[in-house]
Design a protein around this ligand. Structure first.
Ligand code: 6GU
Length: 281
């Protein structure tokens, strides 16, 4: 088996929660192809007391328990050596926000060149109300949050990071261009997708998609992406790379109310989203 392109070393108190997801289709296939490897380590295995204690009361009082530093340092040092042989990413609501471009950065390093060797990343999952601050200060080299809400632990966040990062590795997706077409890869939301049947419960696929005119289809999709992004995530338009034609289309949107229905028929999508210029609701 060749070296994997991406190797995750995951440190957690709940390794069992990872297995069912990692054994599901796409990540399982990536693993079978030798592209992505995930090692799970139970931090509890590095405790040295009789009761295998991993948490303790906070100094200074107050509610909740704090993860003790010793087993975490021992686990990471035992696996990665000292200083750690790869980046150690602490999953915490206090981290920088995870985005598609952070996923790409994790997959390829700071540049976007094709990796020529294994990229190894350690993920450290916090639990309970917190982790002893010395882990953050002296062990973690990076801290990531997956959004502005609080989870009971970093495990789900680690799975999100693994999934979104692995998708960037060539060969992980069936379609080599998949990751480039995604919502957010272009900086815009995706255009609407349809498959057979052409009519379902009286709802038709937009006529243009059946036309075979690839130039017009490409332009329609681009405009649908722009329309959706303008309606739902106008903040993305500030940073998305836009052509002159895109800007002209957006200018037209801003000066006219147009509906969210794809071209053709208002019955076509059964859309429940009326046109809504940003900032008016
Ligand atoms: Cl990484 N951890 C926890 N506990 N909650 C989160 C999170 C991480 N990202 C968003 N919420």
């Amino acid at each position: 088996m060749p070296l994997p392109a991406l190797l995750f070393e995951v440190f957690t108190l709940f390794p069992e929660v990872f297995e069912p997801y990692l054994q599901s289709s796409i990540l399982q296939r990536a693993h079978q192809r030798g592209l992505v490897e995930i090692n799970l380590y139970n931090i509890r295995d590095w405790t040295s007391d009789r009761h295998h204690i991993t948490d303790d009361e906070p100094y200074g009082g107050g509610g909740g328990m704090v993860m003790k530093p010793e087993p975490i340092f021992a686990a990471v040092e035992g696996v990665l050596g000292w200083p750690p042989a790869c980046p150690v990413i602490l999953l915490t609501p206090q981290g920088r926000t995870f985005t598609q471009s952070v996923a790409r950065e994790l997959a390829f390093g700071d540049d976007t060149s094709v990796p020529d060797q294994t990229r190894r990343l350690a993920l450290l999952c916090g639990r309970y109300e917190g982790v002893d601050e010395r882990v953050r200060q002296h062990l973690a080299s990076d801290q990531i949050s997956i959004g502005d809400y609080v989870l009971t632990g970093g495990e789900l966040a680690a799975l999100v990071v693994i999934d979104a990062t692995a998708r960037w590795i060539p060969g992980v997706l069936g379609d080599p261009d998949g990751v480039l077409d995604d919502s957010h890869a272009s900086g815009l939301l995706e255009y609407p997708h349809y498959t057979r049947p052409a009519e379902f419960r009286g709802w038709s696929v937009p006529e243009i998609l059946l036309s075979g005119d690839h130039g017009r289809i490409a332009r329609w999709r681009r405009e649908q992406s722009l329309l959706r992004t303008w309606q739902r995530r106008p903040d993305l338009l500030e940073t998305a790379p836009l052509s002159k034609l895109d800007r002209k289309f957006l200018d037209q949107l801003k000066t006219s109310f147009i509906s969210d229905e794809p071209e053709g028929s208002s019955e076509a999508t059964g859309s429940d989203e009326p046109a809504q210029p940003p900032g008016t609701s």
